[in-house]
Structure formats: C-alpha cells, structure tokens
Design a protein around this ligand. Structure first.
Ligand code: ZN
Length: 135
C-alpha cells in the first residue's frame, strides 16, 4: 500500500508549514494568523510559457505553492522567497490604479519585497532555472 500524505503542507522534500512559521516569526512579527499553507494540485503537463510559483487567497487565508517546487534541485532559500512573496500580499494592501484596475503588485509591495534578505539571489535563481519548470 502506498503511503498517503495526509498533511497537505508536507511535501516530499519541504514542509511548507515550517517555512511559513519561520518567515512569520522573522519578518511579520508572527502577525499572520489562521493561514493554511498547502501544496497545490499537480498538473499533468508543465506549462508552456508562464509558471505560477504560488498564490494567496485572502478570503479564506490559503496560500498554495506549486508542487513542482517540491524537488531536490530547488534550494530552500528559493522556496522561502516564494512563500515570503505570498505572505507579503497579506500585509500590503491592494491599490486601484488610474485606469480603475486593481493592482496587487504595487510600488509599496515591490519596495518591501526588495527588502527581503534573499531577494536578489532568489530572482537570479528564478531567471536561471525557469526553463526547468516549463515545457
Ligand atoms: Zn504576487
């Protein structure tokens, strides 16, 4: 019988709960409460040109991380950055731009994202490795 992973935050290589809790304590004064962090559904096929690393659903406080990141070649510090990005959405408010569109990646968001200690390293890794997540 195959072992089922009952805890959705527990991947094969990374535990999202652990990553979330550590970041919450270190960067958010443990202010993010009641969040569920889960690996998303596995896709049968890799996407062609656009890869979504993570998402956050504020209404029910769910952060989903793409399960393609649960691989041994993915550095923990990259996954931490992905999680930090999603967590930041919960504390930086959206803005409506001049054309009436809702923006989630605001100036303030990017400013705070750049303050993350591993930001530049993570962005470089993303650039260099994106092709591995695409078809
Ligand atoms: Zn985002």
């Amino acid at each position: 019988m195959q072992r089922q992973l009952h805890l959705q935050h527990e991947g094969k290589y990374f535990d999202l709960r652990e990553i979330f809790d550590r970041l919450n304590a270190r960067h958010f004064r443990a202010r993010l409460r009641g969040y569920t962090v889960v690996w998303g559904r596995r896709r049968r096929q890799r996407p062609k040109e656009y890869f979504v690393f993570g998402t956050i659903q504020e209404e029910d406080r769910v952060i989903r991380i793409n399960p393609a990141l649960d691989q041994p070649f993915v550095p923990l510090w990259f996954l931490q950055y992905v999680m930090y990005h999603e967590m930041l959405h919960s504390v930086v408010p959206d803005e409506i731009d001049t054309s009436g569109r809702r923006r989630v990646h605001t100036e303030e968001f990017y400013r705070r994202e750049r303050q993350y200690p591993g930001y530049y390293r993570a962005r470089r890794w993303e650039e260099e490795n994106l092709a591995r997540f695409l078809r």
